[in-house]
Design a protein around this ligand. Structure first.
Ligand code: SAM
Length: 214
């Protein structure tokens, strides 16, 4: 796996584009500039790997567009040491961004093919999240509470089970909508029974496939 000057240059251009599109969090931008995205999508040319586009990975799934990864991560406001649950490990690219920000990451994937590949691949880059195989729409109750929960697939609603697994002061970031379009949504847990929901821009994700999730 080679990370050449050309790759580094393409990452700088990508970061510049993300800034122009409105991403402001410097720590998020530094992580994107550091992580070799082309390692996660090795069937594509360097130019395609660093285009601001979602790309196909295995099992009919996608690695999200860099802008979407940056947008979701910015909304999480990650602080070092926070416990973060990521639903939809996929290629592990978003996972590695969360780890670069200093989070302790619990990541869950329902596709065994992707789970098998990513559990082998990420440690080779020095990234060590806690990997789980299963239905992330149910969260990981035995590891709750989480300071932050990130859903990287489009959900038809906000799973009650995930809200219960948020720490007080914690934030859930989830794209909510139908199969065509989803609204990026955050839910802040204010107290045991109070939650504050805010809606942001529209995106298009592969669907969250879950059991009794909403
Ligand atoms: N974060 C990933 C990355 O950086 O490559 C991109 C994820 S892709 C847009 C969404 C992922 O969510 C897919 O890998 C899909 O298999 C997974 N997924 C869908 N429903 C799920 C569920 N209920 N539990 C866990 N993973 C799920």
């Amino acid at each position: 796996m080679l990370d050449s000057y050309k790759h580094k240059g393409l990452r700088k251009v990508l970061v510049k584009q993300l800034r122009e599109k409105g991403i402001k969090d410097e720590k998020v931008l530094i992580s994107i500039e550091k992580i070799p995205r082309h390692f996660f999508v090795d069937k594509y040319t360097a130019e395609v790997a660093y285009a601001d586009k979602a790309l196909k990975i295995d099992a009919g799934q996608t690695i999200s567009q860099p802008y979407t990864v940056a947008y979701q991560t910015e909304l999480l406001h990650i602080q070092p040491g926070e416990r973060v649950l990521e639903i939809g490990t996929g290629s592990g690219y978003q996972t590695s961004i969360l780890l670069e920000l200093g989070a302790e990451v619990y990541t869950i994937e329902r596709q065994k093919e992707l789970y098998d590949k990513t559990t082998k691949f990420l440690p080779k880059l020095g990234y060590h999240p806690h990997f789980y195989l299963g239905d992330g729409s149910m969260g990981i109750p035995e590891q709750a509470p989480f300071n932050k929960i990130l859903v990287t697939a489009g959900a038809p609603g906000i799973p009650e089970t995930l809200l219960k697994q948020l720490a007080i002061g914690g934030i859930l970031v989830i794209p909510v909508g139908d199969e065509q379009v989803q609204t990026m949504t955050t839910v802040l847990r204010i107290s045991e029974n109070e939650f504050e929901k805010v809606e942001f821009a529209q995106f298009r994700f592969v669907p969250l496939i879950g059991d009794k999730a909403w």
